[in-house]
Write a protein that binds this ligand. Structure first.
Ligand code: FAD
Length: 486
């Protein structure tokens, strides 16, 4: 016999941390909630691993980035879980699940049962071995998914620096780009190798990518595009010394960092729950469509993206946080919770650069701004509507404006004008909408107030001025006639 809980969260990553926070906010009873995690530390903000964690000076290591610091909330360490009556079962892998019996079996042989299960198992990295590359398990070949990987990478960067060695990054996505920036920051010369024609190919257009590639290039990062690695050469100690490319080229290397994608961790539930797009298919409450005692959040959830009327699976932290909170609200008070209505949001920070993207990158891409001043952006216009917005080097207010624009999806009649207006277009959309009151009714209010409480637009000001003038003339006319009658 094992333990039983009202709710078990399987996985102890970013989504789990935000789920715990929401459960506490909504008053979960002590002893009702259990979190089971393979990792030996309390949930943390995973994006920190490729950013602050890898800095050579002033690095941010745990416990600095436990959830929920990523959204400016409190940092929850193991004591917080204890104080809130949450059973945090760390260093424990779940080996099997039976969703009909509502049980999980841990590697230690314990059976843990639940009334509700929240699957927050995230993803694991794709390994080069899966593509038949031998030698990819060498100690100087690094991946980056958890804090252990990050600690190993830090050690390997130190070893590489010691021999004044060089690094190769395999993969041109955001992990590759962020790791390349970190390697450069650690004074390690870097070459990036990827099969696409430009970096961040899933999101960036060639023009946007060119800005970042030029920036990296000026720092000394070398790009080999449209090529893949074929094999490694190793020395007698098993250290990888050479990366051999498909076209036969060889690159001498002391450290290899691999960022070629991820697999969602859904294997335990294959054949038990409905799957779609590589993830667990859930409804708008993040509840499995095939088993109503099971919820899935974060990287593993294939959920209805309401605004696009489509099912998506997203591997981004903002969605992990929000989907977790939404599932918890549904569990705690299902009748009051509507459907998850998510606006896709991605971001990255490299060197002193920082970008954000909202919506989706389909249709025509309209660039705006000044690339040379590191402040530029892009809108995507699809079927006459603005559907996606990207900005490098924006302010908080500008990013908020982009988010609103991507959410509102305004009609775009003239894309040339849109390019000229750039951020101005999005900022104008965020102006507070004046109350729909007529000028006359506002002048004729019972308490006699002539001015609107919100700052009036020029039209209202002119109108008000004319009205005051007319009122004044009328008053003078009436007064004059009264005087004449006397
Ligand atoms: P995870 O955070 O991966 O958590 C999954 C947890 O489940 C882990 O603790 C894992 O050990 C545990 N687990 C899995 N299987 C089992 C099992 N069988 N038994 C017990 N425990 C199990 N996104 C952005 O939007 N912007 C970024 O800048 C960004 N940077 C990133 C940088 C890095 C290095 C990484 C790795 C990811 C980054 N992401 C970023 C993506 C983001 O971190 C993820 O989308 C997010 O962490 C997903 O949260 P999750 O809880 O679903 O999964």
């Amino acid at each position: 016999m094992g333990r039983a809980f009202k709710v078990v969260v399987l996985g102890g990553g970013t989504a789990a941390g935000y789920a715990a926070s929401e459960f506490v906010k909504l008053g979960v009873h002590h002893g009702d909630l259990c979190i089971i995690s393979e990792e030996s530390v309390a949930p943390y903000e995973r994006p920190a691993l490729s950013k602050g964690y890898l800095l050579i000076e002033g690095a941010a290591w745990l416990p600095a980035f436990h959830t929920c610091v990523g959204t400016g909330e409190e940092r929850h360490m193991t004591k917080w879980y204890k104080d809130n009556g949450i059973e945090l079962v760390l260093g424990t892998q779940v080996k099997a699940a039976d969703v009909r019996a509502r049980t999980l079996l841990t590697a230690a042989g314990e059976t843990i049962s639940y009334k509700f299960l929240v699957i927050a198992t995230g993803a694991r990295v794709l390994k080069l071995e899966e593509f038949g590359v031998t030698g990819a398990d060498a100690h100087n070949v690094c991946y980056l998914r958890d804090v252990q990987d990050a600690a190993h990478l830090v050690d390997q960067m130190a070893a590489c620096r010691k021999v004044e060695g060089k690094a190769v990054v395999i993969g041109g996505g955001y992990i590759g780009m962020e790791c390349a920036a970190a390697l450069h920051g650690n004074h390690i010369p870097v070459t990036m190798v990827f099969p696409e024609h430009h970096c961040m190919a899933r999101l960036f257009t060639p023009e946007i990518a060119a800005f970042y590639e030029t920036y990296y290039g000026k720092k000394g990062v070398h790009f080999i595009k449209g090529n893949v690695m074929a094999s490694f050469e190793q020395d007698e100690f098993g250290k990888v010394t050479t990366v051999v490319l498909k076209d036969g080229r060889k690159i001498a290397v002391d450290l290899v960092v691999v960022g070629i994608g991820i697999h969602p961790n859904v294997d335990l539930f294959e054949g038990q729950l409905a799957m779609e797009k590589g993830g667990i298919r859930v409804d708008g409450k993040m509840r499995s469509v095939s088993n109503h005692s099971v919820y899935a959040v974060g990287d593993v959830a294939a959920f209805p993206l309401k605004m696009y009327d489509d099912v998506r699976r997203l591997e981004h932290v903002d969605h992990a946080r929000k989907s977790a909170a939404h599932a918890v609200q549904a569990i705690m008070s299902s009748n009051e919770v509507g459907d998850y209505d998510y606006l896709p949001y991605f971001y990255s920070r490299v060197f002193t650069l920082s970008w954000q993207f909202y919506g989706e990158n389909v249709g025509e891409c309209i660039l705006f701004g000044d690339h040379s001043a590191s402040k530029f952006g892009a809108f995507w216009v699809h079927k006459g509507q603005l559907v996606g917005a990207f900005l490098e080097g924006g302010s908080k207010a500008e990013y908020a404006a982009l988010a609103r624009a991507a959410r509102q999806r305004p009609t775009v009649d003239d894309t040339r004008l849109l390019a000229m207006e750039g951020m101005g277009f999005a900022m104008a959309l965020t102006e507070p909408v004046p109350p729909r009151v007529s000028l006359m009714s506002s002048i004729a209010t019972a308490d006699g107030h002539l001015f609107l409480t919100r700052p009036p637009s020029w039209a209202i000001q002119v109108g008000a001025g004319v009205a005051v003038g007319v009122a004044f003339v009328s008053l003078a006319f009436w007064y004059g006639r009264r005087k004449k009658r006397r």
